[in-house]
Each structure stands twice: as structure tokens, then as C-alpha cells.
Design a protein around this ligand. Structure first.
Ligand code: NAG
Ligand code: NAG
Ligand code: NAG
Length: 221
């Protein structure tokens, strides 16, 4: 039943933007609003449960970003946008510039002229693979201000157990609507390599006095 619920909330967001005479968001921006404002707690305030095993909290692969919260999603504060061309660069990156494979997705005569690695897509969550003890990966993200013109956000980080997270900046200070800020996140191994196949999770939230914009972080070792 998630699909009809989510479709309904997307319609709600689009109609609110229209009523408020605001710019219509791209589908990626709407998706970002749903993801970054979701609740990771259930209605009793407890971590979302894993219904498959019935004996533990759901991990990031089971719960995704969490349960969509319509009220929050209509006012996310910041959104992560992705242009169609970014998706093409992403497909070119993950399919090693094989234009013929990419054309299966675009149904068009697409040629790979730009490629990015998977984790560099401006997605509201971050998934990376750290396949060695020396791994050090930097990804960048760009946020667009759809909240108050003047709003200051501070970073709140939940580090995955085996990884240190450093940001290029720990505060985002906006002075106008629709302003974009790009920051980068560096992941470095901390302590012993946890073992091949291990998955760890963390979180990066940008917090202002009105909004909390959370990116789930997933690390595969
Ligand atoms: C949605 O989020 C708001 C504010 O964080 C909270 O008060 C409300 O209980 C949440 N709604 C649901 C259904 O979780
Ligand atoms: C794709 O091609 C570009 C430019 O020709 C190159 O810089 C990039 O490394 C290639 N990407 C992959 C994944 O092979
Ligand atoms: C397909 O290619 C044409 C010509 O290059 C372009 O105008 C059109 O926007 C492309 N369509 C899609 C869905 O990428």
C-alpha cells in the first residue's frame, strides 16, 4: 500500500505549491522532500520494527529512509535536485560508458559524453562501498533552499561504527530563496576493517530552528 499513499502525498505537495504560488518542484525534488523528512520512529516513538524477523529494529535496507510524513514533506526546508542529464551521466558511469546499454533506459540515441560514479548522483541518501582498509571516499551534494529566505542549518552527524565522516562545512547559511549550496562529505575508515559483506548505517542531518533535513547513509564493506 506504499505506492498509493506516496502518490497521494506527491499530489498534495504539488497542489500546495500551486496554491502557495510557488515554483513546481521536479520529481526528484519531491522525492527528496519525502525521503529527508521521513520518520524513523513508529507512532509509539519506538524505532521501526523489522516485520520479517519480528525480533529486531529494521535496518536501513529494510526501512529505507523510514515512514513518509506528509506534513513534514510539504515543508522540507532543503531539497536535493537531479536533472535528467545527471541521470544519464550516472547511467554512463555505472555502465562504463556503454552508450548502447544506456539507450535501453533512455529509449533514445543517447551518447555517453559525461559520466559520474554512482555515489555522486545528487540523491538525498548516500550509499558507498568501502572495499579496503585504506578507503577514503568523498562525495558532493547540492541543496536548494525551499524554506525561509534566511535560514541557517547546522550539521548533525551519526557516524557509522567503522567510519569517520568529515564535511567541507558544518553550517549552511542561506540568504535567499532557491539559493543552492554544494558541500562535500568525506568517509574515512576508522579502526579495524569490519569484514567483507558487512553493512553499516549512519545519518547526516541539516538542522535549522524550523527544519531537519536527513540523509540516510549506507556503507557496504
Ligand atoms: C510527522 O512529523 C511531525 C513533526 O515531526 C510529528 O509531530 C508527527 O507525529 C509525524 N506524523 C506521523 C504520522 O508520524
Ligand atoms: C567515461 O568517459 C569519460 C570521458 O571520455 C571518462 O572520463 C570516464 O572515466 C569514463 N567513465 C567510465 C566509468 O569508464
Ligand atoms: C531524445 O533525443 C532528442 C534528440 O537528441 C532530444 O530532443 C530528446 O529530448 C531526447 N528525449 C529524451 C527522453 O531524452
Amino acid at each position: 500500500m506504499a505506492a498509493p499513499h506516496v502518490s497521494g502525498i506527491v499530489a498534495l505537495i504539488m497542489s500546495k505549491l500551486k496554491n502557495d504560488n510557488k515554483r513546481q518542484w521536479s520529481t526528484s525534488e519531491i522525492q527528496s522532500a519525502l525521503i529527508t523528512t521521513a520518520n524513523t520512529f513508529d507512532l509509539d516513538g519506538k524505532p521501526i520494527f523489522d516485520e520479517a524477523t519480528l525480533n529486531s529494529n529494521a535496518n536501513i535496507l529494510q526501512r529505507g529512509a523510514g515512514q513518509v510524513n506528509a506534513t513534514n514533506a510539504m515543508d522540507p526546508g532543503l531539497v536535493y535536485n537531479i536533472e535528467p542529464n545527471d541521470y544519464i551521466a550516472y547511467l554512463c558511469g555505472i555502465f562504463y560508458n556503454n552508450s548502447q546499454t544506456v539507450q535501453k533506459f533512455t529509449k533514445n540515441n543517447t551518447q555517453c559524453t559525461r559520466s559520474i560514479s554512482g555515489e555522486q548522483l545528487n540523491y538525498p541518501s548516500i550509499g558507498i562501498s568501502m572495499n579496503s582498509r585504506l578507503a577514503r571516499i568523498t562525495v558532493s551534494r547540492t541543496v536548494t533552499n525551499v524554506g525561509d529566505a534566511r535560514e541557517i542549518y547546522n550539521a548533525k552527524i551519526v557516524e557509522p561504527p567503522n567510519v569517520k565522516i568529515d564535511l567541507s562545512q558544518y553550517s549552511l547559511s542561506f540568504t535567499r530563496a532557491e539559493q543552492q549550496i554544494t558541500y562535500s562529505i568525506t568517509f574515512t575508515m576508522k579502526g579495524a576493517y569490519p569484514g567483507f559483506g558487512v553493512i553499516q548505517q549512519g545519518e547526516l542531518s541539516w538542522v535549522s530552528n524550523r527544519h531537519t533535513v536527513t540523509s540516510p547513509i549506507y556503507i557496504a564493506f
